[in-house]
Ligand binder design. Structure first.
Ligand SMILES: Cc1ncc(COP(=O)(O)O)c(C=O)c1O
Length: 440
């Protein structure tokens, strides 16, 4: 930061503050993680200077002899790690990667079947009206049941009736295992492709702590910055099954990324993706992946013992969703109170939430980042107890029935929370725990 301090003190100071924040809180947003110093060195490297439209050995610019090798390594490691014949490491992020799959394999007006956003799907899975996937394609959405589980019989019936061209199997808030084999059977009955969006769980799949969709899906997409612990980016994999169905599938996916939707790849990010794959090939990563799940299960157990309701009754993965309807307090207030106590989570809808998405009835929390910091079951016991204390501390706050009063009320409560001595004192305890752990 020596140079940045001299060039732009304002930005340098903000980065320092963020660095401090990240070491003083429990980062429990399930889609976040701490990338290693090695990954961050690659992102900050001279590779950011280069233009390299095209693919290795087929570039539209000169001077790519080292960039070619970087991209080839990233592709090779992706193929080895996930056991697939084809990988594209250029997608800028998860949303453009999903768009590229539709652009490559569907025609405008074809039908996408994806999980409803409020049930834990993603905007890019065919969310109607406002998104690319919902506006340029027909969209049909499956949902989770009121207990949080996906009912595979209902999904089968919907697919049989609607005959989608592609089924997107992927979630942002589903704590249980996705039934890849059953999804394949459903897709085969209506002739649909399967896109497995494993953005959240890719690291656990790579580490063997979550079943892989590769034997069942045609295309797999994942972001590299969540459990994969890499830079912000995404990867598209084409499976043997996909290639058997359409021998041109890999070419179509590549063409959709470039020149279809993107320009020059971010070579510094490609290098960092290669680095995170190398880290994931280390046997230590297997332990990490399993510990994420062990920690989430322990946390779920503690919260349930404290009397809280979890969607799906617990977790088999990296995340859990606390249903706050029995406490009658909204997720926004609990999430803010937790932040005062230096525990960072996000508010979230719960299955069939009757509250508006702006004031949902749940919080979503996950263990990938705190597991990177080296925390294990004893810390989960402590953290579960703290979360329970915080929820109880704010459980008396009620969202006003009158819509026009809500925003002012929530702002007022938030301001009050930042003066709450109990929460602030707990924040000090949390901070001292965080100081005992670190990544790298
Ligand atoms: C399941 C899933 N798919 C796609 C995305 C989109 O990724 P990005 O935010 O990198 O565009 C996300 C991100 O939250 C996700 O969770």
């Amino acid at each position: 930061m020596n140079k940045l301090n001299k060039t732009d003190l304002e930005i340098a100071n903000l980065i320092k503050l963020e660095e401090k924040r990240e070491t003083e809180v429990l980062e429990m947003i399930p889609s976040e993680n701490y990338a290693s110093t090695a990954v961050r060195e690659a992102i900050g490297s001279v590779l950011t200077n280069k233009y390299s439209e095209g693919y290795a050995n087929k570039r539209y610019y000169q001077g790519n002899r080292y960039v070619d090798e970087v991209e080839k390594l990233a592709v090779l490691r992706a193929k080895e790690l996930f056991n697939v014949p084809h990988a594209n490491v250029q997608p800028y992020s998860g949303s453009p990667a999903n768009s590229a799959v539709y652009f490559a394999l569907l025609r405008p007006g074809d039908k996408i079947m994806g999980l409803r956003l409020s049930g834990g799907g993603h905007l890019t899975h065919g969310h109607p009206d406002v998104t690319f996937s919902g506006r340029y394609f027909k969209s049909v959405q499956y949902d989770v049941e009121s207990d949080g589980w996906i009912d595979m019989n209902k999904a089968a019936k919907l697919a049989k009736k609607e005959k989608p061209d592609i089924i997107v199997v992927g979630t942002t808030a589903y704590p249980r295992i996705l039934q890849w084999k059953k999804w394949r059977e459903i897709a085969d009955k209506c002739g649909a492709l399967i896109l497995a969006d494993v953005s959240h769980i890719a690291g656990m799949i790579a580490g063997g702590a979550y079943p892989s969709p590769v034997p069942y899906a045609d295309v797999v997409m994942f972001t590299t910055h969540k459990t994969m612990r890499g830079p912000r980016g995404a990867v598209l994999l084409v499976t043997n099954r996909g290639l058997k169905r359409d021998p041109d599938m890999a070419k179509k996916i590549d063409k959709a990324i470039f020149p279809g939707l993107q320009g020059g790849p971010h070579d510094n990010v490609t290098a960092a993706i290669a680095v995170c794959f190398k880290e994931a090939q280390n046997p230590k990563f297997k332990k990490y992946a399993q510990q994420i799940v062990n920690n989430a299960k322990k946390l779920a157990e503690v919260l349930q013992k404290e009397g809280f309701v979890l969607t799906c009754g617990g977790t088999d993965s990296h995340l859990l969703v606390v249903d706050l309807r029995p406490q009658k307090v909204i997720g926004n207030i609990v999430a803010e109170a937790l932040e005062v106590a230096n525990i960072v989570v996000n508010y979230n809808t719960v299955p069939h939430d009757t509250n508006p998405p702006m004031y949902p009835s749940g919080i979503r929390l996950g263990t990938p980042a705190i597991t990177t910091q080296g925390m294990k079951e004893p810390q989960m016991r402590l953290i579960g107890g703290w979360i329970a204390d915080v929820i109880r501390e704010v459980a008396h706050y009620r969202l006003p029935a009158a819509k026009e009063e809500r925003s002012k009320y929530v702002s007022g409560v938030k301001a009050e929370l930042w003066k709450n001595k109990k929460l602030l004192d707990l924040g000090k305890e949390v901070k001292s725990l965080c100081h005992k752990f670190s990544d790298d």
